[in-house]
Design a protein around this ligand. Structure first.
Ligand SMILES: O=P(O)(O)OC[C@H](O)CO
Length: 412
């Protein structure tokens, strides 16, 4: 069989599921063998793929997080656009069967899909129902004001921390901005071109980060690191709430020894009438140039397999990643999964309510990996009490804009 390498960043429960999916594809036919290779976290996987490409050792498929999207789109000689691959391989491929809220992010200006949004997510709030009960709280928080008042009750009942967060830039700045229909960057958050400039140092973001700085001091918030390390504090019941990707679900289901609920990402009451949709995260599968026609036929067949309603629905239900096709969503509904597993539809409805605006389609920036690092440093300087929110965000905007100008120069 023709071998196809698939580099990915899925660890833990979702990593095991990835192996299972590749095996199911391999067992379903005799021509191709997909070999999934775990390359570390998202940044490590992307860095390895770039290095491998330079050394002409690149895999046929690589999973790249949403942060790397603009860079991948710009790497024209290195990628094989998925819509083109499907056409060249004679695979049936209808872009309209995918959820537009998801595919819009990974399509070019002509609406053609450049990568396959294999695992798209959006952030939600997980909460520990047992600890809530003990503290006499009967409702999940809807607003950040609620998060504060609920946390005070939790702390009074003996809980160590109100909430922690995963992916602080994604949840507490990128999605915070979208939820309040406020720009994170100019030119439609970067969708409008490489001349985009960061704007996340506005009044909404500054007030939120300032508040979180205060909460870090009084125990309402507890910082846990840049990716999803906060999960450990939620599992151990140190923190009663956790803002994290919808795909945190697989790990929580496996590790939580308590009853938990899923609520929508909070918003600030008084700062927006109706909160807007949250935005996309997770990753997509990019096909890289430099392989044989036969391998590409296998890749196309594998991508069709991954998009098929039963495989998609199973992956969505197991992981908490969004269903990428309407058929997978309908199938999940028909199977009674949402009704039987309360909270599992939260991410989907939150992501697809209302019509996306220029501020809520997503964030697509060049050198975003570096910009996330700059934002992480800025936020950490606030959590440690060294710098105030306004100054920290001003500095991050200034340093981030320098990264954007560098990208503009290289890609204009
Ligand atoms: O945990 P994931 O895979 O949903 O990804 C979350 C963020 O989008 C990473 O940038």
């Amino acid at each position: 069989a023709t071998q196809i390498e698939w580099w990915h960043a899925m660890g833990g429960a979702n990593g095991e599921k990835v192996d299972e999916m590749a095996k199911a594809f391999n067992d379903s036919q005799n021509d191709y063998e997909v070999k999934p290779v775990y390359k570390g976290n998202y940044t490590e996987t992307m860095t390895s793929a770039i290095a491998a490409f330079r050394a002409k050792q690149q895999p046929a498929i690589v999973q790249v997080f949403e942060v790397g999207t603009a860079s991948m789109m710009a790497a024209q000689g290195a990628i094989y656009p998925v819509h083109q691959l499907m056409k060249d391989s004679g695979q049936a491929f209808d872009e309209s069967t995918y959820l537009s809220a998801v595919t819009g992010y990974y399509s070019n200006s002509e609406g053609q899909m450049l990568s396959l949004p294999f695992n798209s997510s959006t952030p939600v709030l997980y909460y520990n129902k047992d600890l809530f009960k003990k503290a006499g709280i009967s409702q999940a928080p809807k607003t950040w004001q609620d998060v504060e008042s609920v946390s005070k009750k939790l702390l009074a009942s003996g809980v160590t921390c109100g909430f922690t967060t995963a992916w602080q830039s994604w949840v507490q700045l990128e999605n915070l901005s979208a939820r309040h229909n406020v720009p994170f960057a100019t030119l439609e958050n970067g969708f409008g071109g490489v001349k985009t400039e960061l704007t996340f140092n506005g009044p909404l973001q500054v007030a939120h980060v300032e508040k979180m700085g205060e909460w870090q001091k009084n125990g309402i918030f507890s910082y846990s690191g840049r990716t999803n390390d906060g999960a450990a504090k939620f599992y151990s019941q140190e923190c009663a709430m956790f803002t994290e990707s919808s795909a945190g679900l697989a790990g929580i289901k496996r590790n939580a020894t308590f009853d938990f609920g899923v609520a929508e990402l909070p918003y600030w009451e008084g700062k927006v009438k109706q909160p807007s949709n949250t935005i996309i995260g997770g990753a997509s599968l990019w096909v890289l140039q430099g392989h044989s026609k036969e391998e590409y036929k296998g890749v196309a067949s594998f991508l069709s397999f991954l998009s098929s309603p039963s495989v998609q629905a199973d992956w969505h239900q197991f992981s908490g990643y969004l269903p990428i096709t309407k058929a997978a969503y309908d199938l999940t509904k028909k199977q009674g999964f949402y009704a039987a597993n309360s909270g599992t539809e939260t991410g989907v409805t939150q992501m697809t309510t209302g019509t996306p605006t220029a501020n809520t389609k997503g964030v697509r920036l060049g050198n975003f990996v570096q910009i996330r690092g700059i934002i992480d440093e800025a936020l950490e300087s606030v959590w440690s009490g060294d710098v105030n929110a306004q100054r920290a965000l001003n500095t991050a905007v200034e340093r981030g804009n320098a990264q954007l100008r560098r990208f503009e120069k290289a890609n204009n």
